[in-house]
Design a protein around this ligand. Structure first.
Ligand SMILES: [Zn+2]
Ligand SMILES: [Zn+2]
Length: 136
């Protein structure tokens, strides 16, 4: 993974960010919380060191989607940007599809497949975890 030039932002361009290091892992999530937050059947995430992540323009809005989870999004256009769980310590998830080059970071596993909608069928052969990833 090319860590030199990982940048991204929201759809309207108000919020931009940069990630200094390589993602630790790339996943998709089908949990009900991600699904509702993005209004999408599947949400792709890269997991990064929080210290590697920096907002370079704008200021995302934060929302506590669970008592221990903070999600951020653009307050103008609504693009979901990050997910941070208390148990993550110094890690952060960033929506893969807010990256400028999302194709550079394909998922290696699908999580929360037990929450999958009945009309979603994955056929890429990647491992599936019925529930979430192990806490780190
Ligand atoms: Zn925006
Ligand atoms: Zn999720």
């Amino acid at each position: 993974m090319d860590a030199a030039s990982i940048t991204g932002g929201c759809a309207c361009g108000a919020v931009r960010y940069r990630i200094a290091g390589a993602p630790l892992v790339s996943v998709t999530c089908q949990c009900g919380s991600c699904r509702r937050a993005a209004a999408a059947p599947i949400v792709a995430w890269i997991h990064v060191e929080e210290s590697d992540f920096a907002i370079t323009a704008g200021a995302p809005v934060a929302h506590a989607s669970s008592p221990d989870v903070t999600r951020t999004f653009c307050g103008r256009c609504g693009t979901p940007l990050t997910y941070r769980k208390v148990g993550y310590a110094a890690k952060l998830d960033v929506t893969t599809c807010s990256l400028d080059a999302p194709d550079a970071f394909p998922p290696i596993v699908h999580v929360w497949t037990s929450h999958a909608l009945g009309w979603v069928a994955l056929a890429d052969g990647l491992p599936c975890l019925p529930e979430g990833p192990p806490e780190d």
